[in-house]
Design a protein. Sequence first.
Length: 388
Amino acid sequence: MLDYALTKEQLLIIEVADRIGREYIKPFVRQWDEEEKVDPRPLKALAQADFFGIAIPKEYGGLGFGTMENCLAIETLSKYCPGVAITFAASALGAYPIILAGNKEQKARYLPELAAGKKLGAFALTEPQAGSDAAAIKTTARKDGDYYVLNGMKQWITNGGIADYYVVIALTDPKKGPRGASAFVVHKNDPGFSVGKKEKKMGLRTSATTELFFSDCRIPKDRLLGREGMGFIIAIKTLDLARPGVAAQAVGLAQGVMEIALKHCRRRVQFGQSIYNFQAVSHTFAEMAMRLEAARALVYSVARFIDAGAKNISGPSAMSKCFASDTAMWIAERAVQMMGGFGYMRDFLAEKYMRDAKCIQIYEGTNEIQKNIIARELAKLYPADEEE
């Protein structure tokens, strides 16, 4: 790893996250993957280390750090298990809309508990007919006196069933389409709210992904974040902030699987020598290392760009997510190939990392959607009507 001039605090975050990974994740990760289990032990360790408060302002019980520090924590945890890391990161995803759009009372109500890890958060946007086309959501929120009544469903929600607070995007004025969407905080015990089936996934099986159902779910009107009609603006800003974290997850995964495969290839003897000594193998690892470091450099650059107060972060955020996740998938596939039959066996972790990597190219906006965002931002920089 190159020297990225990290601060003492940032190095400490890596050190603590690495210890949690070694002690609370590594010994159990294969078992959890097989059982498709979300184990509370690493989450409790992260809470004790104040990690859930990394990106939450100090005035609300957090550590007051930024995107860079959050990315470092996610990257380090993902080296040991991307599924555990996304459970941690998804709680921050649920906190971002409150940080961005909540009033003082809402922030004081929710952020201290989320920062302490006493409560977990989740973000609910996707629906069966509204994946990449997020504007096609149908869940509604009808005003009824001092309440809003929610009806509809959400799909593929990370931390579904284990989160305490869900930020839900619903239509308060369906006639306006995306401009009629609003954001609400729903509690896990609200009447009319229920959790559907836990999805059986290819990868990230150590995290929970479920459906959410709203059947005349009545919530007080003070659970509206911002104003009516701001839902999609809040959602877009939330995803822009969160995508470097997804990219960091990809970087950590790539680091982890590369190390597993490299150590195996150093030990494995064929034709009288370590297979790492064969140029085709060692050159593959050289290519892995180059691509990995390029992805890491991009993620760190974007994180620092955001923390410096940049206004338009959509393009850079999309670049980091797309490039890093494509890199992770390539490295994971090559790692399995370099390990041969061992890489394909479930007794070894390389195949798990490969399964985990696939989802990172898909969730929080597919990489095809990320390229749409990047292309849109490029068009703004280079308008067609400008003379050459």
